[in-house]
Design a protein around this ligand. Structure first.
Ligand code: GSH
Length: 251
């Protein structure tokens, strides 16, 4: 399909759309992005797509959406699966795409959805201020038990690859979009919980994980993207938010 890729998402925060941007940036694929509209125009475009149905595709519940010609799809990992295969970032073997998808889903479950739920533990539609106490409690629990468990999992994946004489990436020697997803998840989690992430890093127990974060950051296309104005800053709305109350360390 010769049509350009178009990311339809809110403007003003990296959000879930960031995973889509990173894969396109890594591949050097040209794309249109509603982040370059004003905040209101981008929101309007999202609303128009959600309200208007799928135009031949099943209707959508929530952004990000990827438009590629007549195909317009939702669900971040689904978009990544589509792009990863087309852009050569889903591994080399025929079945690798499922391995890569599993890794990406695991990163999104643990270090995106769970982090989001730490600032909205009671209800997505209620403002943070109405669930502040619960959010602090949940963050403490999360930092204490879930963050180490996720970091330990990723460390094991990387160490086991190494023991097989492979690496340094999640799938082994081949860089895939799972590495990009984990990078963004670590980066966002660091924004939300800088003290806990620093504490985790200082233990030295997750050195391969933190190295992967740095290695992805240093890839030429990613480094150029991160230094550009296309990389939006985290804000106090969106998936990753920093609240001092929640910025705790494990005991
Ligand atoms: N699982 C979906 C979640 C999509 C999602 O929650 N999108 C947010 C913006 S990042 C949204 O607008 N949600 C509205 C809602 O859940 O009602 C994905 O990964 O794309």
């Amino acid at each position: 399909m010769a049509a350009p890729y178009e990311l339809i998402y809110y403007a003003g925060v990296p959000g879930r759309g960031e995973h889509v941007r990173l894969i396109l940036e890594e591949a050097g694929a040209p794309y249109q992005d509603t982040q370059f509209l004003s905040f209101d125009e981008a929101r309007q475009r999202v609303t128009t797509w959600l309200a208007g149905g799928g135009h031949g595709n099943p209707r959508y519940f929530a952004p990000p959406l990827l438009k590629h010609g007549d195909l317009v799809i939702s669900q971040t990992p689904n978009i990544l699966l589509y792009l990863g295969s087309r852009l050569g970032l889903a591994g080399e073997q025929e079945d690798d795409v499922y391995r890569v998808n599993a890794l990406a889903l695991t990163a999104l479950d643990g270090l995106s959805n769970e982090v989001h739920d730490a600032h909205h533990p009671i209800a997505v539609m209620l403002p943070y201020a109405d669930q502040r106490e619960e959010s602090r409690r949940r963050s403490k629990e999360w930092v204490q038990s879930r963050l180490p468990s996720h970091l330990a999992y990723w460390q094991k994946v990387l160490v086991e690859n190494e023991e097989r004489g492979s690496g340094p990436w999640l799938l082994g020697s081949t860089f895939t979009y799972a590495d990009l997803v984990l990078f963004q998840c670590l980066d966002g989690t660091h924004y939300a919980f800088p003290k806990a992430m620093r504490q985790a890093r200082d233990t030295g127990k997750y050195d391969r994980v933190f190295k992967l974060w740095e290695d992805v950051k240093a890839r030429p296309n990613i480094a150029a993207y991160l230094a550009s104005s296309r990389r939006q800053k985290y804000q106090d709305w969106g998936v990753y938010r920093h609240y001092d109350d929640n910025d705790v360390i494990a005991e």
